[in-house]
Every structure is written in structure tokens, then in C-alpha cells.
Design a protein around this ligand. Sequence first.
Ligand code: SAH
Length: 204
Amino acid sequence: MYAPAELLQELRAKGITNSKVLQALADVPRHEFVQREFADFAYEDRPLPIDCGQTISQIYIVALMTSLLQISPEDTVLEIGTGSGYQTAVLAKLANFVCTVEYHSSLAAQARQRLDGLGFTNVHYRVGDGRTGWDEYAPYDGIIVTAATTTVPKALADQLQDGGRLIAPIGNPSTEQALERWIRRPDGFEKSSHGIVKFVPLLS
Ligand code: SAH
């Protein structure tokens, strides 16, 4: 277990109750995903800078988004915005397969190297614009967008399985966004909002 008990207690106090999510967070060595000079802060609940002007999300936000995805062990999950690969690792602990798309090739390469080194074998990586999703493995049981966008890109909504969950920060990419969940139902999307968040913009 890497995450200290106090951190897990803090997450429980903030409403993260899913024991599988808490276990996944405890088991992923976040210090491997941050720049060396920030290693001392790896288990503090705050975002940290990574290369290419991007950030590794705050642990609570990773916990919240992962909980909202309601992942089952047989699920295939699509992640847009690999970044450091930290969220990818948490997803890969819970899902059968994770497909992750990253805009910056250098970040994708580093994330892949880390996750390979940690023994993750259930992740597919792609470099490119995640706004078009990843058709090859669709439909997905869960889709998570880890960058801010004014609207959910149509291709992503289209690649969601019936009953599938999509989590994304929706709103003004230069200020703040609402963390939204869309669940695909036979007659459209069931939408709910889960607080205000601040993500880096989804690039185009
Ligand atoms: N989940 C990441 C944090 C990601 S920050 C982590 O745990 O570290 C947002 C990421 O989205 C950045 O790496 C950024 O390069 C990527 N990104 C931004 N726009 C994108 C796009 N259109 N397609 C794919 N990735 C994108």
C-alpha cells in the first residue's frame, strides 16, 4: 500500500466510500507519476505539474471521477487525456481493459513506460486528438475525459454503450467547469452534475 492511511481517511471523509476505488488508490504508487522534485508531495491531495504544461489531477478528483464511472471488472473504459498515466493506472486496476488517448506524444510515451514498468498489461495507448474517441474498441462501458471542454464531443457520446457512463468537466475551459456524468439510456442521456472542478483545456 502506497497511499498513507491518513490520505484514505481524508478521502472517506470527503465522501469516497467505494472500497474498490479506495483500494486502487492505495495500490498505485503516485510518486512514480510526478516529477522528481514534487515526489515529497505525491500523497498530498493536490494537483501537481507534469510536462507539456499539463497537470496530474488532485487525488480526490481522481477518486470522485473513478467512483462516478461505477466500473465492473469486465468493463472496457476509454480515457481521454493520459497525462502522467496516474488516472489510467487507477482505472486499469478496476476495469478489464483501458484505452487511453493523449495529445502530446512525449507524455504518452512516458506514461506507457511507467505503466509497463509497473506491470500493467491491460492498457492500449494512442497518440492523437481524443475528441474523436477510439472507434476500434467501442462501445465503452465507461468514458472519462480528463480535460475541460464546453460540450461533450459527439464521437464520445456515440461510443458509449447502453447503460455506459461518461464523466467529463463541462464548461469554460479557461475558468471552471461542472463535473458531469452522462449515462446512456434507451431514450437519451441521463445527466447529473457533481460539483465544480478546474481542468486544463481539451486541446483541438
Ligand atoms: N489524467 C491525467 C491528467 C491529465 S491533464 C493524469 O492523471 O495525469 C489533461 C491531459 O489531457 C493532458 O495530458 C493533455 O495533454 C491531454 N489532452 C488535452 N487535449 C487533448 C485531446 N484533444 N486529446 C487527447 N488528450 C488531450
